[in-house]
Design a protein around this ligand. Sequence first.
Ligand SMILES: [Zn+2]
Length: 101
Amino acid sequence: MGDKVTGYTAMSRSEELVPRVYDAPVLKADEVRVAVTHCGICGSDLQAVDDTYQVFDFPFVPGHEVVGIIREVGDGMAGQGLREVRALPAGAAAAVSGSGG
Ligand SMILES: [Zn+2]
């Protein structure tokens, strides 16, 4: 059995976030697995939980601005514009932000 992840989850639109445990997804070649130690919640996340634009599926785990520890780096990171991430070893601290906020 694979790793488990706990995410504070909106089970449906505009619901209060509750802790939910699920299987960690298989790491793809162009992804980095980060054990999140801190997570910000911004206006974009609130719009997502409220599904303001009706584009999200639920259950939904908000939070796209995080700080944590790199646990794994995908094999295909080179050439993806993420070389600086690939240069960090597992165990390094990382701050990550999505493009939306
Ligand atoms: Zn944001």
